[in-house]
Write a protein that binds this ligand. Structure first.
Ligand code: FES
Length: 312
C-alpha cells in the first residue's frame, strides 16, 4: 500500500465563492501542519461508504496550516456535491487522502490558462506560482453567468491578464484569441467541462497542452480480451477476464490497492508497469506518459499483449 497522507480534518470555514460553489477551509484538528503541495494537486475526500470525490486544492501552497477546496453543487450529480452542500458544516470532520498531482505546473516563460466553471480551482494557485516565477501569462475564464463563477474577486488583482467571459454576456469562449499563433515555448493549462477540453485539445499543439478532466474522457473502444498480470512483489500471476478490471482482479486476490474514482480520472490507482505494454483507457496520463508506458491506471486500462508485470 502507498504511504499517502490520510487524515480526518475539520471544516474550519465554509463560505460561498459563487452561486452554487462552496469553499471549504480544512485544518488538522490538533493544528498539525498539513503536507506540502504544489499547484494542480487534488485531494480524495471521503464523504461516506463508497462516496469519494476529488477536489483540487485552491488555497495558498505556502500555508501549511490549512487546505482550501471548492465544491460546485451538481443537482444531476451522484451525491458527492449534495453531501458537501447539505451535510458538511463548520466544525464537522471529513476524511481526506492526498494530495496527489497529475496536473503539475511545468516551468515555462509563458503560460496560457483556460478555465471553465469550477475548473478555475486548480488554476487559481497556478496563477500565483506563474506570477511569482515572473512568467508572462494570461487567463481566459468562462462560466454560465458571472454570479456562478467562483473567485472572480481574487482574480481582480491580476488586472487585464485575466479575461472573465460569462457565457450569457460573451457567448462561447474565444479560444482562437488564446490558442492561434501561440508563441514558441508557451504552455497551455486547461481545466473545465469535457466539451471545453475537447475544443482546446482540437486546437492546441499537444506538446504544449496540459489538461485536467473531472469526467472521464470518451475512449476508443478496444478489445476487451483476457490477459495475465504478474504481481512482482508477491510473484503471483492472475488472469484478468474480459469485462473485469485489473483493479477488481487484484483486489479479489486479496491484495490491497488504493483506488477512488474507478473511472480513470483521479490517478489514485496509478501503478508502475515493469513489463508489458498497457492499453491506456484513462483520462489522466499525457500522450508522452502513455507512450512511455511506465505507469497505468489499473481501474480502466488493460494490456496490449498477453501479459503485464506490475509493481504490486
Ligand atoms: S481509481 Fe481513479 S484513476 Fe483509477
Amino acid at each position: 500500500m502507498s504511504d499517502v497522507y490520510e487524515a480526518e480534518l475539520v471544516v474550519d470555514k465554509r463560505e460561498f465563492a459563487a452561486d452554487g460553489v462552496l469553499a471549504l477551509t480544512l485544518r488538522h484538528p490538533l493544528g498539525e501542519p498539513l503536507p506540502a503541495w504544489e499547484p494542480g494537486a487534488h485531494l480524495d475526500v471521503v464523504l461516506g461508504p463508497d462516496l469519494e470525490r476529488q477536489y483540487s486544492l485552491c488555497g495558498d501552497p505556502a500555508d501549511r496550516s490549512a487546505w482550501r477546496i471548492a465544491v460546485l453543487r451538481e443537482p444531476a450529480g451522484r451525491g458527492g456535491s449534495a453531501y458537501v452542500h447539505e451535510e458538511l458544516g463548520e466544525g464537522d470532520k471529513v476524511r481526506v487522502r492526498g494530495p496527489r498531482n497529475h496536473f503539475a505546473l511545468r516551468p515555462a516563460a509563458r503560460y496560457r490558462f483556460i478555465a471553465g466553471g469550477i475548473g478555475i480551482t486548480p488554476v487559481l494557485p497556478m496563477l500565483a506560482a506563474a506570477e511569482a516565477a515572473g512568467a508572462e501569462w494570461t487567463l481566459l475564464y468562462g462560466g454560465r453567468s458571472r454570479n456562478s463563477m467562483a473567485f472572480t474577486e481574487e482574480l481582480a488583482r491580476y488586472g487585464d491578464r485575466v479575461t472573465v467571459a460569462p457565457q450569457d454576456e460573451a457567448g462561447l469562449l474565444d479560444l482562437g484569441s488564446v490558442l492561434d499563433a501561440l508563441p514558441e515555448g508557451t504552455l497551455v493549462y486547461c481545466c473545465g467541462p469535457g466539451p471545453l477540453l475537447d475544443a482546446v485539445e482540437a486546437r492546441c499543439p499537444s506538446g504544449a497542452l496540459h489538461v485536467e478532466r473531472f469526467q472521464a474522457k470518451e475512449q476508443p473502444v478496444g478489445e476487451d480480451g483476457e490477459f495475465e498480470v504478474e504481481l512482482a512483489q508477491s510473484g503471483r500471476t492472475l488472469t484478468v477476464a474480459p469485462g473485469v478490471s485489473v483493479l477488481d482482479t487484484v483486489r479479489a486476490s486479496g491484495v490491497e490497492v488504493l483506488f477512488s474514482c474507478t473511472e480513470g480520472t483521479c490517478g489514485t490507482c496509478e501503478t508502475d508497469v515493469l513489463e508489458g505494454t498497457p492499453e491506456h483507457r484513462d483520462s489522466v496520463l499525457t500522450e508522452e506518459e502513455r507512450e512511455a508506458g511506465e505507469t497505468m491506471m489499473i481501474c480502466v486500462s488493460r494490456c496490449k499483449g498477453k501479459k503485464l508485470v506490475l509493481d504490486l
